[in-house]
Design a binder for this molecule. Structure first.
Ligand code: PMP
Length: 360
């Protein structure tokens, strides 16, 4: 097989070992004679797969017992509406931090259900920097405070945890969940689509403090009620069974690597290879403020954007795929999630050096 490195923002690269195991077990899972895809979600085989996936996630993230772990569908987009529907709990306003495109999508959707107070916006810094909490205007009557801890398109990451007192903190961790340890007890709710650091698209994970659920707004569809899913062990309806199985394999892979602290060390090393190179080069540039440089999604530009197409063409010829920046921002973006081996980042830097040498 040709060696390629896939820098897609998501769906994204998965660990080779996980894909290999899934391939080995494709036709016959553990002597059951069935593929996981063919199993009843209520059969003992699949129940054991789902239970083990949840237990491994709880162990990896050190999730306290008073938090529910939900395996849902609908992507992070469905969470943009489920959050106000479930967490307003009689209030009519919620706080949101505007860090860029994904935060704005969450804000737009929440505004259908409540008054949104934007506590601060990165707009004044062209979204190259996340406003410090000292600049936020929090509303003590807000039902919750929402932020996006990693802007996948903008390439901004928030490495500190906002302090919101008694107001529950809600976070979209779609693009950096499991890339470093986080203190779950600081959050009311954490959500993430699977297709970056967890597994294939189709699964959405929600981790929610149990006292926050069960008070949906009138008219909430049953499928959008966290309590329904929590009370039914995420099996109120047919869950995305294969996605849960794959996520479970990824969790085991992360545990075998030494857990999230070990994974974080590697992620720091990988990201530094790129950012250090940009800082030493006058051919490439990272526009992001140093304290917010994402370890997962690394946007960059070439000195001369007329060379973009040639850069992408040659990168692809060298097996370095999906480096084109998001259509809204242009430029380049290298997504280097947990499953991107350091060799992939080294190969990218070597290619960039070579390109700069011949075109610079
Ligand atoms: N939030 C963030 C930070 C994302 O990166 C994405 C997807 N790229 C979403 C939300 C939306 O996820 P989905 O497409 O699964 O609804």
């Amino acid at each position: 097989m040709t060696q390629i490195y896939n820098f897609s923002a998501g769906p994204a690269v998965l660990p080779k070992e996980v894909l290999q195991q899934a391939s080995n077990e494709m036709l016959d899972w553990h002597g059951s004679g069935m593929s996981v895809m063919e199993m009843s979600h209520r059969g003992k085989e699949f129940i054991s797969i789902a239970n083990e996936a949840e237990a491994d996630l709880r162990e990896l993230m050190n999730i306290p017992a008073n938090y529910k772990v939900l395996f849902l569908q609908g992507g992070a987009h469905a969470q943009f509406s489920m959050i106000p529907m479930n967490l307003l709990r009689g209030k009519d306003t919620a706080d949101y931090l505007d860090t860029g495109i994904w935060a704005q999508k969450a804000i737009e959707e929440a505004a259908r259900y409540c008054k949104v107070n934007v506590v601060a916006s990165g707009k004044d810094h062209q979204y190259f920097r996340v406003p410090q909490q000292s600049q936020w205007k929090l509303n003590p009557d807000a039902a919750y405070v929402h932020y996006t801890s990693n802007e996948t398109i903008g390439g901004l990451e928030v490495f500190w945890t906002p302090q919101t007192g008694h107001v529950p903190l809600v976070v979209d961790m779609s693009s950096h969940i499991l890339s470093r340890p986080v203190d779950v007890s600081q959050f009311g709710l954490i959500y993430a689509g699977a297709q970056k650091n967890i597994g294939p698209a189709g699964l959405t994970i929600v981790i929610v403090r149990e006292d926050l659920i069960g008070q949906t707004i009138a008219g909430t569809p049953t499928m959008f009620d966290y309590k329904i899913h929590a009370d039914n062990g995420s099996m109120y309806n047919t869950p995305p069974t294969y996605g849960i199985y794959m996520a479970g394999l990824v969790f085991k892979w992360l545990k075998a690597k030494g857990g999230l602290a070990a994974v974080e060390k590697l992620n720091i090393e990988k990201a530094a290879l790129l950012y250090d190179y940009f800082d030493s080069s006058d051919f490439y540039n990272s526009p992001i403020a140093e304290e917010n440089r994402s370890r997962m999604n690394v946007p960059f530009t070439l000195k001369d954007s007329a060379l973009d197409a040639e850069f992408l063409k040659q990168a692809e010829a060298n097996g370095l795929l999906q480096l084109k920046g998001h259509r809204l921002l242009g430029g380049m973006r290298a997504s280097i999630y947990n499953a991107m081996p350091i060799e992939g980042v080294q190969a990218l830097v070597a290619f960039m050096q070579d390109f700069a040498r011949t075109r610079g």
